[in-house]
Design a protein around this ligand. Structure first.
Ligand code: NAP
Length: 305
């Protein structure tokens, strides 16, 4: 538990927290350079020309450079085969300057590559997205590893609230490998009593009403209503949904939770945008820093919650 505060009038400020993390990383990178004469480096592979994916990758590159990391981008044609993508991954696996490898997902439909084969071709110690079978297994076993960035960001935000997570009833809505499953395991590690809901769950409203903490990772705009949630519960909204604004004049981004309805009932909530979203790249950079030290047999600096 830590109160050095991410919360102001019920709103959990992920933007502020992510900035603090990136400032911390910057200082740690300078120390590593001075003591061990190396700079951690992140390589991103992007397949195809999807504009949204290119914006995500550009942000990752920008923030890597801002914290003082090396950053490399490899753009492969949309119709690249699994073999061609894995060939590029193997070159980076064997490059001792590269500490983190990330393949931007989803892969384009035109590519015949299976995402799981591509992800599992990344050396586990360079798998800074934490999505490989090895790192997923380590998370389930409670071993040390590199774990997915978005769920890690949710946990950091929760740990900064003035509550004790132990024994709390946590409801995770969504069971994807990217968000739902890893966050459920992370909450178990924090001694929460965890329920995982999904599209086949019966009585979701009842489940919501009983939860002290709700993590919404569904992908349906404003799905969780204020009247479904328990008074003074904590709401972590992972959803990023692009919808038309009220007069259809522009696109806006909203979460999976009806923010206006929920904020009157809950004790704390992450806004969308500005909540979980900014934490994702910060946690990706934390993983790259951690991986860069472990690979060189250096004790990684630990971010002090
Ligand atoms: P996903 O792979 O599509 O998974 C969605 C999950 O929601 C599935 O497990 C699905 O259940 C469940 N679901 C769908 N309809 C439901 C319903 N009516 N009731 C209960 N559960 C339902 O999505 P994802 O990758 O986990 O992402 C979830 C959301 O988080 C998206 O909005 C995404 O854009 C956002 N996201 C944000 C970040 C970030 O940086 N903030 C990162 C990643 C994702 P089934 O398994 O039964 O189909």
């Amino acid at each position: 538990m830590n109160t050095n505060s991410v919360i102001n009038s019920k709103i959990i400020d992920g933007k502020k927290k992510s900035l603090a993390i990136r400032e911390w990383i910057k200082v740690e990178i300078l120390k590593l350079k001075e003591s061990y004469n190396f700079i951690p480096g992140l390589a991103v592979i992007i397949v195809g020309d999807d504009p949204a994916s290119h914006i995500y990758v550009k942000n990752k590159e920008k923030q890597s450079i801002e914290v003082g990391m090396n950053s490399w981008k490899y753009v492969l044609p949309a119709n690249s085969s699994e073999k061609q993508i894995i060939y590029q991954i193997n070159k980076l696996n064997n490059d001792s300057n590269v500490d983190g490898i990330l393949v931007q997902l989803p892969l384009p439909k035109i590519s015949n590559a299976l995402e799981r084969n591509v992800i599992n071709a990344i050396s586990p110690e360079k798998d800074v997205d934490g999505l490989s079978i090895v790192n997923s297994g380590k998370l389930v076993y409670g071993d040390n590893g590199l774990f997915p960035a978005t769920p890690s960001g949710c946990i950091i935000l929760l740990k900064h609230l003035p509550i004790n997570l132990s024994g709390k009833k946590a409801l995770v809505i969504g069971r994807s490998n990217l968000v739902g499953k890893p966050i459920a395991n992370m909450l178990l590690k924090e001694n929460c009593t965890v329920t995982v809901a999904h599209s086949k769950t019966k009585n979701l409203i009842e489940e919501c009403k009983e939860a002290d903490i709700i993590i919404a990772a569904i992908g349906i705009p404003n799905f969780i209503k204020g009247e479904w949630i328990k008074k003074d519960s904590i709401i972590i909204d992972v959803g990023i949904n692009r919808i038309d604004n009220i007069d259809n004049t522009q696109k806006v981004i909203v979460g999976d939770v009806d923010y206006e309805g929920a904020i009157n009932v809950c004790s704390a909530i992450t806004p969308v945008p500005g909540g979980v979203g900014p934490m994702t790249i910060a946690c990706l950079l934390l993983n790259t820093l951690k991986g860069s030290c472990i690979r060189r047999n250096i004790e990684p600096p630990v971010y002090n919650f």
